[in-house]
Ligand binder design. Structure first.
Ligand code: NDP
Length: 331
């Protein structure tokens, strides 16, 4: 039998294991022109929380009592297609199933000889590209500027910080434990770190770590951290609204301070960023990230959890900060 994971409930507030259901299905058989895929690596991502809500967004909500989907690396184990051979590995948006059939639309072949397969879900995949394009399209960091990054030890944030260093910035990261602060400074080369969980006043902590103010803020968390960053922003500062994980499980949107005055006086640019808007431009960032990796100018961390049945828990663990770098489930 084939194991499949459905979305059972639309969570109110923080999701739990009860919101998912394990279902046994008959093993799928590939039809004409189709391939049979075996799931190898599953990406769990904070944005999946948004797809559990029944609301209009840049991507369709999940349907209740149907499989959840995310970025997956799978191996072709049977092929009736001229485009794929048995043994090929593919990357694409696939369902949380141990085995599934596909016509191959939207799947890209990936090779373990270029990089470990899991890297295509992180540094060489959507999170790496998000870091690269968010900085390139909105942040535009210049040599000597101060770049502040929240979610700094995560999949996106750890790459943002390293690109900031390549561009010659002073880079400060915000993360949720002292161990993560050590990681971003020792492994990823950040100049300084702020543990937001042991900081009473995030605005003051940012001011102390950024004595020359902030030129670029790459925001992965939103909420009070964003407010604290805005209150330390420099003239012509740029803010990339990439994510707001601190708000994803809120049932009502909390009110914050009003920032219009700061934006006007300091000519600040704050722009939302959705990586999917740039799908046609993914080639050059992927090439550049791969080159930096090859030249040891870039490195990455992964938290790899093993077992298909661990997928829902790995997703939930993102909200407790249990990952360092990209959270991935190996099946
Ligand atoms: P991460 O690898 O950064 O994992 C999530 C991290 O968020 C956790 O490790 C945890 O780290 C932190 N976190 C969890 N809860 C909170 C909280 N309440 N307040 C502050 N931090 C919290 O995930 P990704 O790198 O995949 O994603 C980072 C952000 O970027 C997310 O907001 C995501 O939605 C967004 N994103 C946006 C994209 C786009 O196109 N706009 C594309 C990809 C991601 P800690 O221990 O530091 O708290």
């Amino acid at each position: 039998m084939n194991q499949v994971i459905y979305l059972r409930n639309r969570p109110e507030g923080r999701p739990s294991l009860d919101d998912f259901q394990f279902v046994q299905e008959k093993m799928p058989e590939p039809g004409s022109g189709e391939i049979l895929l075996k799931t190898k690596f599953v990406s769990v991502d904070p944005y999946l929380r948004g797809r559990m809500r029944d609301q209009k967004s840049y991507i369709e909500p999940f349907k209740l009592n149907e499989p959840v989907e995310s970025g997956i690396i799978a191996q072709v184990i049977e092929s009736n297609s001229d485009d794929f051979e048995v043994g090929d590995h593919v990357n694409g948006m696939l369902q949380w199933k141990e085995f599934q059939t596909s016509q191959g639309h939207g799947l890209n072949k990936v090779s373990a000889s270029t990089a470990p397969l899991s890297a295509y879900l992180g540094i060489l995949g959507l999170t790496g590209i998000t870091a690269y394009l968010g900085l390139e399209k909105i942040g535009k960091p210049k040599k000597g500027e101060t770049l502040l990054v929240s979610g700094a030890s995560g999949a996106v944030g750890s790459v943002v910080g390293q690109i900031g260093k390549i561009k010659g910035c002073r880079v400060i990261g915000i993360a949720g434990s002292d161990e993560k602060i050590d990681l971003i400074m020792e492994k990823f080369g950040f100049d300084e770190g702020i543990n937001y969980k042991t900081t009473d006043n995030i605005q003051q902590a940012i001011a102390k770590a950024c004595p020359d103010g902030i030129d670029v803020y790459f925001d992965n968390v939103g909420g009070e951290t964003l407010d604290g960053a805005i209150n330390n922003i420099n003239k012509f500062g740029r803010i990339i609204n990439c994510g707001a994980i601190s708000l994803y499980n809120e049932t009502e949107t909390p009110m914050g301070p009003r920032h219009e005055g700061t934006f006007i006086k300091k000519s600040v640019l704050m722009q939302g960023f959705t990586v999917r808007d740039y799908v046609k431009e993914f080639g050059p960032p992927m090439q550049q990230l791969a080159e930096w990796l090859k030249n040891d100018q870039l490195t990455y961390s992964e938290t790899i959890v093993e077992g298909f049945n661990k997928i829902p828990q790995a997703f939930l663990d993102l909200f407790d900060g249990k990952n360092k770098g990209k959270m991935i489930v190996k099946v």
